[in-house]
Every structure is written in structure tokens, then in C-alpha cells.
Ligand binder design. Structure first.
Ligand SMILES: Nc1ncnc2c1ncn2[C@@H]1O[C@H](COP(=O)(O)OP(=O)(O)OP(=O)(O)O)[C@@H](O)[C@H]1O
Ligand SMILES: [Mg+2]
Length: 231
């Protein structure tokens, strides 16, 4: 087991953003986390990354992955806001390498995400949205993580670019033996990339199951409505 979460809770004032959430993720899993806006998906991922302290409950990463910050990395929805416009791509990728003192190389990471080496000297504005998201993925991979949390990584992109990035993520998962927690409101994206799905509603995981179970025989009314996109 890579990650075990037990009764994790986090409130902001009266809002129970994450409410007694329990689940586990095995190495190599690709788990989807779905739910409407405000259901607590990002808050849960920030708890998993150690960026937020839970009010109660806890999480455990497998024994051989000692440091959370090195084991788990996040790819955000909008690489535009996570990349500093004044910093060249090469420098942006070098930053996590320096901070975590890994042996990764900028060239190697660019190649891994399908970008030419000379992109290192470009500024973020000179890249397309898809290319910027590839840089976001390269930065996450610089730390050589085992576990990637992908928070709506393709929802800011057009359909063709979405497919390209999803295929890249699929390839990288195989090649680097990664484990994914994939957050999305678009269920077709989750269907394409995830084997198991967690459905979140008002801070709680209300249903979980294999992709087939969730898509073919959802148990909860909420899940059916989510699948029908009426929410
Ligand atoms: N730092 C914060 N301070 C106060 N309230 C917060 C904070 N972060 C999140 N919340 C609240 O917690 C709830 C869950 O928010 P969260 O961002 O986790 O939802 P989400 O499922 O990621 O939504 P979306 O799909 O829109 O990204 C919301 O009601 C939100 O307003
Ligand atoms: Mg969110």
C-alpha cells in the first residue's frame, strides 16, 4: 500500500471541507477523485501533500517513502499561474531539482515530457497551454516522485491538447511506475485514465469502486446525476 488515509477531516469555519475521509491507494493505482465544485477535492489533495494540517485523522505513506514532499508531487490545473512569467523554463525546472537536491537534468525532463531541449531558454508566455502543462509535469517529475496528484490537469486545455496530455500521462505512468490521484470534474477524462474512482460530495467520499462499477452500476443517486452531468 502506498497511501492510507483514515478519518481525515478539515474544516474552514463552519464548512467541513473534508469530512472523515478514509481510503487507500496501492502502488501503481490510478485513482480518480470526482465531485462538484466545492466538494473538497483540492483541500483533500493539500492535506495529502502536507500543505494543510488536518483537524483530525491521519495519513500514512508506505515505509520506504520517508519524505512526503519527495514522494508526492502535484500538477495544477493552470500552469500559467504556477509558472513565474519572468523565469525561463529551464530555470523553472531547475528550481525543484535544486531544492530537493535530485540528480535530474533539465534536458532529460524536457525530453520526458516531449519538449525540445531549446525550450529551456524560453519564457512561459512563448509556450502554448499544452506546452506549459508539460513544463508543469516536468517540474513535478524533477523530484522523482512515486505519487502524483493531478488536480484538473487538462481542464484548461482544448480537446485535442487534452488527449495529448492524457496520453503523455499514461505513458509516464508506465515508464516511471507512478501512482496517480487524478482530480477531475469531467468524467470522460477520469474514465480514460483511472481504474478506480472516488466520488466526493460535501467533504465526504460517498461512493468508491472500480471504473466499471461506477460507470455501469453506480449505487448512489448523486453518482448517477454526476454521470449524467446534470449537476
Ligand atoms: N483556505 C480556505 N479558507 C476557507 N475556506 C476554504 C479554503 N479552502 C477551501 N475552502 C472551502 O472548502 C470547500 C472545499 O473547497 P475545495 O477547493 O477543496 O473544493 P474543490 O472540490 O477542489 O472545488 P473545485 O472543483 O471548484 O476546484 C469550499 O467550500 C471552499 O470554499
Ligand atoms: Mg479544486
Amino acid at each position: 500500500m502506498l497511501l492510507e488515509v483514515k478519518n481525515l477531516s478539515k474544516s474552514f469555519g463552519k464548512v467541513k471541507a473534508v469530512d472523515r475521509v478514509s481510503f487507500s491507494i496501492d502502488e501503481g493505482d490510478s485513482v480518480g477523485l470526482v465531485g462538484e465544485s466545492g466538494s473538497g477535492k483540492t483541500t483533500l489533495s493539500r492535506l495529502l501533500l502536507g500543505l494543510l494540517k488536518p483537524d483530525s485523522g491521519g495519513l500514512r505513506l508506505s515505509a520506504n517513502s520517508s519524505r512526503l514532499s519527495k514522494t508526492a508531487q502535484i500538477v495544477f490545473q493552470d500552469p500559467q499561474t504556477s509558472l513565474n512569467p519572468r523565469i525561463k523554463i529551464g530555470e523553472a525546472i531547475l528550481e525543484p531539482i535544486r531544492i530537493h537536491k535530485t540528480d535530474a537534468k533539465v534536458d532529460e525532463l524536457l525530453q520526458l515530457v516531449g519538449l525540445p531541449a531549446d525550450f529551456a531558454s524560453r519564457y512561459p508566455h512563448a509556450l502554448s497551454g499544452g506546452e506549459r502543462q508539460r513544463v508543469g509535469i516536468a517540474r513535478a517529475l524533477a523530484v522523482r516522485p512515486k505519487f502524483l496528484i493531478l488536480d484538473e490537469p487538462v481542464s484548461a486545455l482544448d480537446l485535442k491538447t487534452q488527449v495529448q496530455i492524457l496520453n503523455l500521462l499514461k505513458d509516464l505512468k508506465e515508464k516511471l511506475k507512478l501512482t496517480y490521484l487524478f482530480i477531475a470534474h469531467d468524467l470522460s477524462v477520469v474514465k480514460y485514465i483511472c481504474d478506480r474512482i472516488l466520488v466526493m460530495y460535501k467533504g465526504r467520499i460517498i461512493e468508491s469502486g472500480s471504473r466499471e462499477q461506477i460507470f455501469e452500476s453506480p449505487q448512489k443517486e448523486y453518482t448517477s446525476r454526476l454521470l449524467a452531468s446534470v449537476l
